[in-house]
Design a protein around this ligand. Structure first.
Ligand code: THU
Length: 135
């Protein structure tokens, strides 16, 4: 159960992370923050590259930071941008890998919650581990 207070805290982490975005090409800063079921928060930012396709999105940076610390269960992920942009398809797929019930909070840079979805809502009929085991 995600309390309003935790929503607020998670969004604030995402907003604060925006300052570290490395986005010299798009000038579109993204901050993300993941709340694990153990109560920890991992943040992330988009990291661009002069070889454009190498850019990594904020959501995946935050998720990979968490996973690389042994965390694989996520309550919620907050994403902050200047205009409330929603996660790209690749990030949705990576989120789905770790659970389709995870809440995704979309906020702007002022910390205003604009939308709230589950991963399942953002990526219906997603491909997952089970598909690999069915004939
Ligand atoms: N970006 C993210 O960080 N997350 C998304 O889900 C969408 C896009 C970043 C990638 C790139 O640095 C910039 O936003 C513009 O696409």
């Amino acid at each position: 159960m995600l309390t309003d207070e935790m929503r607020e805290t998670l969004i604030q982490h995402a907003v604060q992370a925006m300052q570290w975005a490395y986005a010299p090409y798009s000038n579109y800063s993204v901050g993300a923050a993941v709340l694990t079921s153990s109560g920890k928060i991992y943040d992330g930012v988009n990291v661009e590259n002069a070889v454009f396709p190498l850019t990594l999105c904020a959501e995946r940076v935050a998720i990979f930071k968490a996973v690389s610390q042994g965390e694989k269960e996520f309550e919620a992920i907050a994403v902050a941008t200047r205009n409330g942009g929603t996660p790209c398809g690749s990030c949705r797929q990576v989120m789905a890998e770790f659970g389709t019930d995870t809440l995704v909070l979309i906020a702007n840079q002022d910390g205003k919650l604009l939308h709230e979805y589950t991963v399942a809502e953002l990526l219906p009929e997603s491909f997952g581990e089970d598909d690999l085991h069915q004939s």
